[in-house]
Design a protein around this ligand. Structure first.
Ligand SMILES: N[C@@H](CCC(=O)N[C@@H](CS)C(=O)NCC(=O)O)C(=O)O
Ligand SMILES: [Fe+2]
Length: 359
């Protein structure tokens, strides 16, 4: 029986897909920071990861390909046209990737980038379109090697020729949709469906006016080496909490975990005094140790209890984790998203006033 799982990375709105048969699996578009989630699922389902497959060189997140290869021994496959270095296999049109008794067929669908691929399941019941075709949308064509005419041909000649009831699974959705079908997109896609022709499509894409992805300057170069960090080594997993490792090498913890385990750790808030008293408030029981005093007063902290460092958005506190590690603290993590995300997710604060006003 085919196993099929869709997973979501909320930071980049990326879908990662797991496909498995007879104990063997592949992952399409793994996300670096989601390594722990993906490897746990593979382990729990008793699977062996054969391949990580990239639909393209992403501009919005770093691939987990290299990290999964390091830890699980999988191999990395990317498009030959992507220009990526460090892959085990360079894919071209009509290549097949086998797992168990099943396989995926490779279709080249450039236009969003040169190396965009669509992976089609052997019986044409499912296709993984990357950013070539999104749900009622498509990949933008205003950076990397984007070209709207090329993308128009890719979608009409490689994807819209699949059966109408073929399920389509994109690399992203920004509005909460999870999947679509060929027939649905042929009718309702506002950029390329219905009676729209190539000129309509090119005109639409030339006027999207979107800001560049926030992670673009980090993601593209990192993906061109399949997600291998500059140091080329992944730090070993600390194990005291379900931490995720950012591509920058910082261990992070989710706000929900910290709320539930606040009593087990030292929470160190490295913001300035006016921020500590300011609108975002602070976490109950946190130790206030501004960045400037951190190195000098680190001896006040216990070396036996793990430390979670907090700041406004998670930037200064990331640097604070590095400082504390240098001072010999082993179990240190950064609160992901800082007090901004903590407040946005409605975790309790002391002294804040923006969110609680009038309630
Ligand atoms: N806001 C997102 C970027 C969104 C974005 O530009 N996504 C690309 C895919 S890499 C796209 O093609 N989007 C098409 C669209 O939103 O219409 C971020 O900062 O990461
Ligand atoms: Fe993309």
């Amino acid at each position: 029986m085919l196993i099929f799982r869709q997973m979501f990375d909320a930071q980049s709105s990326t879908y990662t897909y797991l496909l498995a048969d007879e104990g063997e699996c592949v992952l399409i578009d793994p996300v670096f920071e989601q390594f722990r989630r993906d490897s746990a699922l593979i382990h729990e389902l008793g699977l062996r990861l054969l391949w990580t497959l990239e639909t393209h060189m992403h501009a919005d997140h770093v691939t987990g390909g290299w990290l999964l290869k390091e830890r699980l021994g999988s191999r990395i496959a990317v498009s030959a046209a992507s220009g990526a270095k460090g892959a085990d296999r360079l894919l071209v049109q009509d290549d097949k990737i086998a797992f168990g008794r099943r396989h995926l067929e490779v279709r080249a669908t450039p236009g969003h980038t040169n190396g965009c691929l669509t992976y089609v399941l052997d019986d044409r019941s499912h296709a993984f379109t990357g950013d070539a075709l999104l749900i009622r949308g498509c990949g933008r064509t205003d950076f990397q090697e984007g070209n709207p005419s090329t993308l128009y041909r890719s979608i009409t000649e490689q994807i819209f020729v699949l059966p109408d009831d073929c399920s389509l699974h994109p690399a992203h959705d920004y509005r909460g949709a999870t999947m679509t079908t060929v027939g649905e997109e042929k009718r309702f896609n506002p950029r390329i469906g219905g009676e729209r022709n190539e000129a309509d499509f090119v005109g639409y894409l030339s006027h999207l006016g979107l800001p560049h992805p926030k992670q673009m300057d980090i993601a593209v170069p990192a993906n061109l080496v399949c997600g291998r960090p500059e140091a080329g080594v992944a730090p070993s997993d600390p194990g005291w909490a379900p931490l995720s490792l950012t591509f920058a090498g910082i261990w992070e913890i989710a706000p929900q975990w910290l709320e539930e385990h606040a009593g087990e750790v030292q929470i160190v808030d490295v913001r300035e005094a006016d921020e500590w008293r300011g609108s975002l408030g602070h976490i109950a029981g946190a130790i206030h140790l501004p960045m400037d005093d951190l190195a000098g007063r680190a001896a006040e902290l216990s070396k036996t209890r793990p430390i979670v460092v907090v700041c406004r958005a998670g930037g200064r506190s990331a640097q604070a984790t590095v400082i504390l590690q240098r001072k010999g603290f082993e179990n240190v993590a950064n609160l992901a998203g800082g007090m901004l995300r903590w407040n946005a997710n409605r975790h309790p604060v002391e002294g804040g006033f923006t969110y609680d006003a009038g309630l």
